[in-house]
Design a protein around this ligand. Structure first.
Ligand SMILES: Cc1cc2nc3c(=O)[nH]c(=O)nc-3n(C[C@H](O)[C@H](O)[C@H](O)COP(=O)(O)OP(=O)(O)OC[C@H]3O[C@@H](n4cnc5c(N)ncnc54)[C@H](O)[C@@H]3O)c2cc1C
Length: 410
């Protein structure tokens, strides 16, 4: 049985593991319907295909650091593997996700991961990608192409990306400090004071009036001893909650290389809790306080279904299907218990509360939004759909799921 990482979705399509790019091209040519699979960290059937699935992690990892400061990486390579190689070459990425275990191709295809008031999602570092199109031909899409911003985050619906070229920068250090027992009301009052306290900030809460702020700061830098009245914890405690333990990166202000501090989770440990479903919604940062207050008001009704929530920010970008398209965003995340009640009862409450803010769902996490509502909150969805149709008129990379989301018309 082939499932997603968390075991929340069972794939119906058979999974094929191509050993090289020629095998990808042959598989695409021979299939009526085919879609790519990365490390399967999505919590829904986004990757599902009515035909076959090609698991890109079977392709050998290949990382080529270039003189011009960019790096070519194979799509199935994880950010963890890429980061180690880059660091050895004295290079770094502008940002990383909360876990290093995800594939570069999957994170870029979904426009996901990467936090910070001034930092864009991981896909904003992409210069170009090489993909296998519906005829099995290798094609290049560049960010600067006329349609580049529409094609880089395509949810796998224009082809199978086999290689990506990313921008890098000189390697840098980061320290991670945790401010414990912050009043959630203070975050509602002045969200920017918290999210702007470092390079990348995550606020964890169970909507019980209290929160912890994890502040990641590019080093060297001074950090305050308290944040909105909450003291800085000098000790590195290995966990987010009692249920998520033994897997997080070092805290307590100990400086370390960017790739060992920016993610919450260590590459050598299982991230998060495993027995879970995740949801996440992106609102305009101008509405951050009101959106946090709206969810806080649901606290008593959703808490029993929740492991933990996380609030984080991401900078606006121009990628059509990125959740941060055109607006500096606050992301409101939920790690739910893996139960039907969490998905069918608690999640709709959150969706109702965030609807007035035009909340956009994370493409790879659980939500109930259909094509009509998505078109209302994702401004360039209709244009993207038309663009994908011209790239793949036969619907080789389409699926009923993508049609249901309004990402494909057929
Ligand atoms: C424990 C855990 C923590 C998480 N934390 C975060 C978080 O902090 N922030 C966040 O934004 N997300 C988070 N996620 C969600 C998840 O990591 C993203 O959705 C992930 O980036 C998807 O990448 P993947 O390689 O797992 O893709 P998959 O799930 O394998 O595929 C996702 C989509 O991308 C397409 N795709 C994958 N590879 C390719 C390719 N080579 N070519 C074309 N299309 C492709 C697939 O067809 C599918 O549509 C988390 C998930 C887990 C399990």
């Amino acid at each position: 049985m082939e499932t997603d990482w968390a075991g929340t979705y069972v794939f119906r399509a058979p999974v094929v593991r191509p050993a090289d790019v020629d095998a990808v091209r042959t598989a695409v040519r021979e299939a009526t319907h085919v879609r790519a699979l990365g490390t399967r960290h999505t919590f829904n059937g986004l990757a599902e295909s009515p035909g076959v699935l090609l698991d890109l992690t079977a392709l050998p990892d290949d990382v080529q650091v270039r003189e011009d400061g960019t790096v070519w990486v194979t799509a199935g390579t994880t950010y963890g593997a890429l980061a180690r190689e880059l660091h050895q070459h004295g290079r770094g990425l502008h940002n990383l996700g909360s876990l290093p275990h995800i594939s570069v191709g999957g994170a870029v295809a979904t426009g996901t991961h990467g936090s910070g008031d001034a930092l864009g999602v991981l896909a904003t570092a992409v210069r170009e990608v090489e993909l296998v199109d519906a005829d099995g031909e290798l094609r290049t899409v560049r960010r600067d192409d006329a349609d580049g911003a529409g094609l880089l985050v395509a949810l796998g619906s224009i082809g199978v990306v086999v290689r990506l070229r990313l921008e890098t920068q000189p390697s840098y250090g980061v320290r991670q400090d945790v401010y414990r027992d912050l009043a959630l009301a203070a975050v509602v009052e002045d969200p920017a004071a918290v999210t702007g306290a470092g390079t990348s900030v995550s606020v964890f809460t169970r909507w019980d009036g209290r929160a912890d702020a994890w502040v990641k700061t590019r080093w060297p830098a001074d950090v305050p001893d308290a944040l909105l009245g909450a003291p800085r914890d000098p000790v590195s405690r290995d966990g987010i909650t009692d249920e998520i333990r033994g897997n997080v990166t070092e805290q307590g202000g100990v400086p370390g290389p960017w790739h060992e501090r920016l993610p919450h989770f260590r590459d050598d440990a299982t991230p998060s809790s495993g027995e879970e479903i995740q949801s996440e919604f992106f609102v305009d940062r101008a509405d951050a306080g009101a959106a946090i207050a709206a969810v806080a008001a649901l606290g008593d009704r959703i808490r029993e279904h929740l492991v933990v929530s996380e609030l984080r920010t991401v900078a606006a970008d121009g990628l059509w299907l990125s959740a941060a398209h055109g607006r500096d965003s606050l992301a409101v995340h939920f790690t739910w218990r893996r139960t039907a009640a969490a998905r069918d009862e608690a999640l709709p409450l959150v969706e109702d509360a965030l609807r007035e803010f035009g909340a956009r769902p994370h493409w790879g996490k659980a939500h109930h939004l259909g094509a009509a509502e998505l078109e209302r909150v994702v401004p360039r969805l209709a244009e993207a759909r038309d663009l994908f149709q011209t790239w793949d008129p036969r619907g080789v990379f389409s699926s009923p799921g993508l049609v249901g989301l309004g990402v494909r018309s057929s």
